[in-house]
Design a protein around this ligand. Structure first.
Ligand SMILES: Cc1cc(N2CCCCCC2)n2ncc(-c3ccc(F)cc3)c2n1
Length: 255
């Protein structure tokens, strides 16, 4: 057990929670289903989009908290393939969030050597959304620190089906023999390639579902749920999830 000694500024709660962590067992890839934004707003008599805006402001905070303890990949589920069914005005608002996020946050992300990545189908996104994201990817592509991976217009079953379709095309073209197909090869046909599978999934707002998110990749991941809505989820809560992950590793580490 190698406790963290780095001082996280004046945030004593955060510092205490981070210092309880074992720096030798930090999850390499943490995935987050950032749920409960609309509910957070409605509980306060605010419009749903106020919850999305508050949720967006929380993304950078948790990214920095993850970066501070050495997480290598942080995947944030921002928009699913099913979210297109939401009211048009809500979808329009959500599609503009990247345009608000980057001007505010890109400087600090670059200063912290963060690399931006997107997992999902870009072709369905509005041009302005895609340009905003592509600009951020281009500006950070030489960074080799934490990978901030936005799952945007992403759905796992669609991802797996499109991987199978490509694999069949490659087999029909003689590029792949059926008997060669194994888990490693199939993983290379998924949108998340070459990222490692998540070690830990965090889901906020009390929902206990996976919701068509990284179904293949989460096969062996620790799942951690909280009733907190995403906008209420702080750095201390993040470190508490990491502490629970480490406690489970210690407990199941033995036979
Ligand atoms: C669609 C959507 C929704 C969105 N929410 C805020 C977070 C809670 C989840 C729902 C709403 N956030 N938050 C950040 C982004 C984003 C996405 C890509 C990118 F490159 C930069 C920022 C975002 N995108």
């Amino acid at each position: 057990m190698k406790p963290f000694v780095k001082w996280f500024g004046g945030k004593t709660e955060t510092t205490e929670a981070a210092q309880g962590l074992d720096s030798d067992n930090i999850p390499s890839h943490v995935a987050v289903i950032m749920d409960g934004n609309g509910r957070w707003a409605q509980k306060r008599g605010l419009p749903r989009i106020a919850g999305h805006h508050s949720g967006m402001k929380n993304v950078k905070k948790i990214t920095m908290a993850a970066n501070d303890i050495g997480v290598r990949v942080l995947t944030m589920y921002a928009f699913s393939t099913e979210n297109w069914k939401r009211p048009k005005e809500e979808v329009d608002y959500l599609m503009k969030l990247p345009l608000e996020f980057f001007p505010k946050e890109i400087e600090e992300l670059i200063a912290n050597n963060v690399q931006i990545r997107m997992t999902g189908w870009p072709q369905d996104l509005p041009d302005y959304t895609l340009k905003s994201i592509q600009d951020a990817i281009d500006q950070t592509k030489h960074n080799d620190g934490l990978i901030l991976n936005f799952a945007l217009n992403y759905g796992s079953r669609k991802e797996m089906l499109s991987g199978v379709q490509q694999l069949v095309r490659d087999a029909q073209a003689g590029k792949v023999k059926p008997e060669e197909i194994d888990e490693a090869m199939f993983s290379r046909y998924l949108l998340t390639d070459p990222l490692p599978d998540p070690d830990l999934l965090i889901r906020t707002s009390g929902e206990l579902r996976i919701s068509n998110f990284m179904l293949w990749q989460l096969a062996y991941s620790e799942l951690w749920f909280t009733d907190l809505c995403w906008p209420e989820f702080t750095e201390r809560h993040f470190y508490e999830a990491i502490q629970e992950y480490q406690r489970r590793a210690r407990r199941y580490g033995g036979l």
